[in-house]
Design a binder for this molecule. Sequence first.
Ligand code: AMP
Length: 222
Amino acid sequence: MILIKPLKAIVLGAPGAGKGTVLSKINKYFDNQIITISTGDLLRQHINQELSSEIASLISSGKLVPDKLILDMLLNKMKELNLRNDQSWIIDGFPRTLNQAKLLDQNLELNSAIQLDVPFEVILSRIENRYIHKPSGRIYNLLYNPPKILGKDDVTGEPLSKRPDDTVEVFQKRLHLYSNMISPLKAFYSEKGMLDVISGETSDIVSEKLIERLSSKYGVTK
Ligand code: AMP
């Protein structure tokens, strides 16, 4: 399926809400026609070459880097991609503050701000039950896809572990910060009539609803 009218969007979602999974599902549905630009990825790509150690340490401690730096990086990337007017794209990770939303507004014309709304207790339960096989990166969830033998990787039989930041305490803090961040952004986009809130408890449900919303708003053709 292909969107008739191009999507020009930002996506907002809490840490652990499954943004990556949902974006890759919708992109697959729309024949990989939607370009996703993640500001976190952009920063990580530049971390060794162009960014000062001061900026690198902001990123590694999860603090926000200066608005101007991230905006320039984003706009340069979009220029470099040479996007046609009829192309669809989604920006992931920007804006994170009201000031960033205003800066973006001065530089790009959006037609949607998509908010993926997953209940915090669902996110926390996912995190609590998430285990990883470090050498391969295989991820298990004791509720949805448990390993065949408890605590062991299905392929190698090696022990599973938890990521140090995959704890309820860490996520509670991150979710609290996200709640503070999201309110002014939601108000900003809602006032512009651009906010698309997609609620659901699993990535499958959220993806399905988002596909429906995009199809009815922008039209589809085979
Ligand atoms: P992410 O992968 O989106 O969590 O981003 C990783 C890190 O990059 C964040 O913790 C910030 O340090 C930085 N970053 C990404 N996007 C932004 C943004 N819009 N404004 C400021 N810093 C950002």
